[in-house]
Every structure is written in C-alpha cells, then in structure tokens.
Design a protein around this ligand. Structure first.
Ligand code: TSJ
Length: 637
C-alpha cells in the first residue's frame, strides 16, 4: 500500500470506517434518500459560500454513469498548508466535522446534515474528485472511499492549471457497496434546489440531468424570494388577500415573513432557520403564531367582529386559510426533536413575535379590506369548530366502531395489524375480482366508485359526509386530524399497508391523487410512517411460443421485449377491470410478485408531478419508480 498518510491519519481512517460501517447514523438511510443526502450535503456547502457573500452561481449535474458534479463560483476550497503541514483541503475531506474550523463567516448558515460534512460524503463515495480554483491556480485532489488516492509533495495538493476565476468543483460517485442499486432521485433534488433558490433570491442554480431518458437542463433563479414561493404554493387556489411580506431584525436574528390567505380550510406554515427546513416546527413559528393570534383578536374586537360576550378566536381560527413562510437567520441555532428539525432557541420566538408586532399592523392598517377577509376566515373556522363535536357525532356517529358504513368493505380475518393490508380498488368490477382473488386472511378490499371528493376544495362538513371517506376512516380505525382538532391515533391503525389500486390511466391517476390528498390532509402520519402504497398493475402480458409469460409495465419494456423475442402473443390490459381474478392476484396483489410504490411526503407535496407520474405519460420516471420499488415488492413478503 502507498504511504499517503501521516501520523494523524489513523484516527481519520477510524472515522471514515465508522461512517462506512454505520452510514445510517450519518445520512439517515441507504436508499435513494441517502444518495440524495450526499448531494444535499455537497450543495449546502456551496450555498454556505453564497451566504458568506462570495458565490452567486451553483451548477449541479447528474451524469449518465450515476456520478454527480457540483460547482460553484465562490472563493475555492482553501488548499494552503494546514495543521501538521497538510493541505487544508485534505483535512476538510478526511476529518469528521472539519467544516466549522474553516468557516471564517460568523455562523454556519446552510442546512442539510447540520455540518456532518463533506468527509461523510467522501467516505460514502466510491470515488470523489475535488478541484479548487484559488489565487490564479487550479488544484486537484482525489479520493477512493474516503481515502486519498494520490501522494502529496510537501503536503500540497498538485496544481493542474491556471485560472483567473475562483471556485470549487466536486464530483462524486455514491458507493454501490453502501447504496446498492439506488441512485439520485431527480425530482426530489429539483424540488429542493428550487426551494433553495426561493430562499436565496440572489443565487442562481443550474440543474442538469444527463441520465438516459431524463435529460434536461433547468435554471432556478427566484429574485422574488419567498414571495414567489407563496405564489407557487397558492397556485390555483382562490386568494382572499394579497401577499403580505415583512422583514426585520431583533437581537441579531433576521426575520422574513410572507403570508397570504386562501378560501380553504387549510393552514400551511413552512419554517426555515438558516435555510434549514424545520419540519418539526419550533420557536420561530411559536413566536409568530402567538403574536399573530393576539393581533387578530385585537383587530376583531376593534372592528366589532367579536362582540364583548364572544370568546376570542383560537390560534387555529386565526390561521384558517393561511399559507405562510417564516424564514429566520440565527447566529447559533439549537435544533431539537427526533430528526433535529425543530428549532429550540427561545430567542427565535422573541424575534419573530417582535418583528410581527412591529410590521404586520402597518400592512393591515393600510389594507383594511384584506384584514376583514382574514377575519372572515377566522369566523368561518370558529363556526365550524363550535359545530364540530356535534358534526363529528352526527356524521361518523355510533358507526365509529362498527366496521363499515355502507357494506362494501370486504374485511380480512386477521386482527394482527402488522400483517394486514387493505386494497382501495377503483371500480366495482375490479373490486369484485379483487375480492375473489385476495388472500382473505390478510387482505381486505374496499371498492370505491367514481371520483371521491376533492378534499383540497371541499369544506370539512362535506368531506366527512362523503360515503367513501367515512368508510375509509371507519375501516382504518385511527380517526383523523385536521386544522381544527386532532383525533388521529396511528397506534389504532388496523392495516400495515394501505394499497391504492387504480388503472394506469388519467382517471386512475386522478383517483390516486385525490386519495393521497385526503391522506395527506387528514392522516399525514399514514404517509410519513410509510403505510401508503400504490399498486403498479402491468400494461401487457406476453405469451411466447416457448418460454414463460411475462408482465410488462410500460411501452419501453415492450419495445425492449420485442428486440429479444419474435414469436409471441401480446395481451394488453386496458384496465384492472379487464383482468380476471387470477391475473389480478398474480400481477397486482400477490406479495411475492407484485410491484408497489411506497408513497412519501414529498411525492404528495408536488401533486402535479405525481399526477403525471401516475398517468404514465412520462414513461421513464414511471419505470424508475417501478425499478426502485421492485425492492420493496420483493421485501414485501
Ligand atoms: F462540500 C464540499 F466541501 F465538498 C464543498 C465545498 C462542495 C462545494 C460544491 C463547494 C464547497 C465550497 C467551499 N465552496 N466554497 C467554499 N469555500 C470555502 O471552503 C472557504 C473558502 C475561503 C475561506 C476563507 O476564509 O478565506 C473560507 C471558506 C470556508
């Protein structure tokens, strides 16, 4: 072996070993989400350089071979000699948690793995190359599975050229020994890059995908900032106010707030701290919400919307219909919670409250009509809330514990929830076949007809009055939650898997989207805990003169099959209803052979994308999902 290590490299190797031995500890998981994590960590370092004020452009490329390159026009990773006479670059890429030591800016600003660092990505990459352009020269270094792959002269990494520009270019290949066949999921990367662009209005991010069948090049630049993000979030909804935006600084904490009310019963508040999405919320949201409630109640009394005898609006009342983004920059944030995505710093609450108290009334005093619309939203919520208990009793009634409200559910025999599945099947005909085909011990069938109500548009009362939805709530057994109350208890869920089974056409995709929207709004834990799946029925069955029949899932697979087979009959399935019970079992229900797509929150968040994905207009992404989830399918036994 080459002697490329000095005395301190033993601990370095131990560190990298630890990362490779327990990758989940550092990046969460080793499926495509882990692969994407690597990308985010690298990109976040470039975003930090932007936040430090030295980088305006980041280019992200996914290459044909599955590697990636991230390039910025910042100052370039430092290459000068550092401790023990080794280039700073070496230390950065081989030492766990090296990041902070090199940060000259006052705070660690970006997100990702909260500074776990480029050395983790390096350790989990089959290879990584680093190019740093600084001081008129370009320097290059390379690694294999985190270990340096070239010798240094006097501790310096070699100069490979000259450049008037500065910047950093990192390429890496996620190690198949760690990630198996999993690869980057472009849709998630794109949505995250777009989000980063919204949060950094002077940054431009270029995304290039060179992978076969996915080729595209996109530029994200959002000079309107989070205001533009609110526009995107509220696209297609009826807005009852303009976009209310204000900013301020308190105790060294910068606060940006943007909000708008829509005519819905939804509350969507996204919080960020130093560009990190705080999925579990935290103090910045608490401060904003508390002050917002107080301000609205005080206006409501002033304007006579609430009379003396009336109770105050609840916080949830005042946020009914609100879409908001609260983004703060904190010099030393404290993250808590299960996934370290909850902001614990108490001074953040003080800051968002103070800035809101100072700025929001300035806008509302000037826009009285919008204020009145906001108070109407609160009033509607209060009315529903007051009727809610009564409504719930009336609508779900005593049938809450009886299993089926309209007799269509064919339940399974087992009461062992960990083994039970429920198929929600589009159409009575397919529902009938599914009932015949199923393993009745563990598989329940709930046929639904036509299109269930669109819960994004309908009001609470209507949603709860809908027969299909009532049946689902009753069947699942775990209640539901919504903006105005929370009865949901996932421990009561009667099925481990909720499997949506719809045709691979426009209508089928629409039904799936509506169902997912319903789960997302009213039982989000079902999705976040991984209980929701979509069955992927095949489009074709080939029956060759010799050899075994095969099921094909898209046109591309058929084209490929045609190349290697001549003499065969082809059966095309137009819909689930056309399959007999045996075919339905074999292709779509048998845990040994079926393909399931496990739904994740980010699939549902971009419902538009989901619809086109499910419709199969984009063949390649659909096939990727199927391949990705072929693993789930085989693990599904
Ligand atoms: F993750 C990573 F380390 F691999 C990485 C770092 C990846 C990418 C795409 C970019 C970067 C990066 C790091 N871009 N820019 C920098 N900047 C610095 O590391 C840097 C440069 C100069 C100074 C200074 O104080 O002079 C300080 C820093 C942190």
């Amino acid at each position: 072996m080459k002697e490329v290590y000095n005395a301190s490299s033993i601990t370095v190797l131990e560190g990298l070993e630890a990362v490779r031995r327990r990758p989940g500890m550092y990046i969460g998981s080793v499926d495509y989400r882990g692969v994407n994590h690597l990308m985010y960590e690298i990109v976040d370092n470039a975003v930090d350089e932007h936040l430090a004020g030295f980088c305006s452009r980041i280019e992200v490329t996914i290459h044909k071979d599955g590697s990636a390159t991230v390039k910025d026009n910042g100052r370039g990773v430092p290459v000068d000699l550092h401790e023990k006479g080794v280039s700073a670059e070496r230390v950065i890429f081989t030492t766990l948690h090296a990041g902070g030591k090199f940060d000259s800016n006052s705070y660690k600003v970006s997100g990702g793995l909260h500074g776990v660092g480029s050395s983790v990505v390096n350790a989990l990459s089959e290879w990584m190359t680093v190019k740093s352009s600084v001081g008129g020269a370009v320097y290059a270094d390379r690694y294999k599975r985190g270990e340096p792959d070239q010798e240094l002269e006097k501790g310096m990494i070699p100069m490979i050229g000259k450049s008037k520009k500065t910047g950093t270019e990192i390429s890496f290949f996620p190690d198949p020994e760690i990630f198996g066949h999993h690869s980057f999921k472009a849709s998630s990367i794109k949505s995250r890059l777009h989000q980063t662009a919204y949060l950094n209005p002077t940054l431009t991010i270029l995304f290039v995908n060179e992978r076969e069948g996915e080729q595209e090049s996109l530029e994200y630049h959002e000079p309107e900032g989070i205001r533009g993000y609110i526009k995107e979030l509220n696209q297609g909804k009826e807005c009852v106010t303009g976009i209310i935006a204000y900013s301020g600084k308190e105790d060294g904490i910068e606060v940006d707030v943007c909000l708008q009310f829509t005519r819905t019963f939804e509350e969507t508040i996204l919080g960020y701290c130093n560009n990190i999405y705080t999925a579990e919320g935290g103090m910045h949201l608490t401060g904003f919400k508390n002050r917002f409630t107080a301000i609205m109640n005080s206006y409501a009394r002033e304007l006579g919307v609430l009379k003396e005898k009336d109770e105050n609006f609840t916080g949830a009342d005042t946020r009914n219909g609100m879409t908001a983004i609260i983004s703060i920059r904190h010099p030393d944030p404290m993250f808590e919670g299960q996934t370290k995505t909850k902001l614990g710093s108490a001074d953040a609450a003080k800051a968002t409250a103070a800035v809101t108290a100072e700025q929001l009334p300035v806008y509302l005093d000037k826009n009285l009509d919008e204020l009145k619309e906001m108070l109407k939203c609160a009033t509607r919520s209060a009315t529903v809330r007051k009727n809610q208990l009564k409504n719930k009793e009336n609508l779900l009634g005593k049938s809450k514990y009886s299993f089926d409200s309209n007799g269509k559910l064919a339940n399974c025999e087992s009461r062992d929830a960990s083994k039970c599945e429920i198929f929600i099947v589009e159409g009575d005909s397919a529902g009938g076949s599914a009932k015949t085909a199923r393993n009745r011990r563990y598989q329940a069938i709930l046929p639904i007809r036509g299109k269930i109500l669109n819960v994004e548009k309908a009001s609470m009362d209507k949603v709860l009055a809908n027969a299909e939805i009532k049946t689902m709530i009753n069947a699942f057994g775990c209640g539901f939650s919504e903006g105005l109350g929370n009865d949901f208890d996932i421990s009561k869920l009667r099925y481990d898997k909720i499997i949506i089974m719809a045709d691979a056409d426009v209508d089928g995709a629409h039904i799936s989207t509506l169902l997912l929207t319903f789960f997302y709004r009213f039982m989000p834990e079902l999705i976040s805990e991984g209980h929701v799946y979509i069955a992927m029925p095949p489009l074709y069955k080939t029956i060759p003169a010799r050899g075994e029949a095969e099921y094909l899932y898209d046109d591309e697979a058929l084209a490929k099959y045609r190349k290697s087979h001549r003499n065969f009959k082809l059966q095309r399935y137009k819909g689930l209803g056309e399959m007999d019970a045996e075919q339905l079992w074999e292709t779509t229900m048998n845990p040994e052979t079926r393909l399931l797509k496990q739904i994740e929150i980010d699939d549902v968040q971009s419902a538009d994308q989901l619809t086109s994905l499910l419709m199969g207009t984009e063949v390649e992404p659909r096939r990727n999902y199927i391949q990705e989830n072929a693993v789930y399918a085989t693990l599904d036994v």
